[in-house]
Design a protein around this ligand. Structure first.
Ligand code: CA
Length: 241
């Protein structure tokens, strides 16, 4: 989960967007911020681009000719080589269902069109920051809870010794909950810590990510408890609850 930077040290961003002017606008602003940007005009080209050179982050439009952004996202998350690449989804619709579907499929963040280039650059750098730094300081430390073990520095999480393929956001969410074991964390607290932005993201985003994280944890998912009306809590001790 530690992305290798390009030779010149700049993080690599792939923009998958069929609308040329939007792709050019996004590429322009990200390049200005020091990112190395490639663009792809459809999903097929996007997947080829990912296979030929792994990007550090993907900006993915949902409305694409051919494969939809949803299909691309699903494909990226299914393949172990690409499962942990952070993805920021662009959606033209204000429809909540679209955003939720994107988050359910494992997008790390989303931006609704029309967006300001400044906002896009901020979101991209926030997601990259999250994906490249562990959630908490204290390298080399292991967090344990029941069958779940997290090596913070190595960004590895296992259940009964089997490694989980978590997205950067899911990893930070799990780490944050385990760090504060036994204490209820509100959705807003989780957004501020695990997402590292005082975001305009709806707190519903947290629910989607917790849902995905639990699914990946399998039976060990019960260790993340829902505290109705408040938020989430990592179970305090063995056999509790
Ligand atoms: Ca489009």
């Amino acid at each position: 989960m530690s992305p290798t930077k390009s030779r010149d040290g700049a993080p690599r961003v792939l923009v998958v967007e069929d609308e040329r002017d939007i792709a050019a606008l996004v590429a322009y602003h990200l390049t200005k911020e020091g990112y190395r940007v490639r663009t792809a005009a459809d999903g097929e080209e996007g997947l080829e681009s990912v296979a030929s050179e792994r990007p550090d982050l993907i900006v993915l439009d949902l409305m694409l000719p051919g494969f939809s952004g949803y299909e691309i996202l699903g494909e990226l998350r299914r393949r172990s080589a690409t499962a942990d690449i952070p993805v920021v989804v662009l959606t033209a619709r204000r429809d909540e269902a679209d955003r939720i579907k994107g988050l359910e499929l494992g997008a790390d963040d989303y931006i609704t069109k029309p967006f300001s280039p400044r906002e896009l650059v901020l979101r991209v750098s926030a997601v990259l920051r999250r994906s490249q730094a562990p959630a908490v300081s204290g390298s080399g430390r292991l967090l344990r809870g029941g069958p779940i073990e997290v090596d913070v520095a190595a960004m590895r999480a296992t259940v009964d010794g089997a490694e989980l393929e978590l997205t950067p956001t899911e990893f930070r969410l799990l780490t944050t909950l385990m760090e504060r074991r036994g204490r209820v964390q509100s959705r807003q607290q989780l957004l501020e810590t695990a997402w590292d932005i005082h975001a305009r993201i709806e707190t519903r985003t947290v629910d989607m990510h917790v849902q995905r994280l639990r699914a990946k944890l399998g039976a060990a998912g019960v260790w993340i408890e829902t505290v109705r009306g408040f938020g989430y809590r990592f179970r305090a001790r063995e056999g509790a609850g």
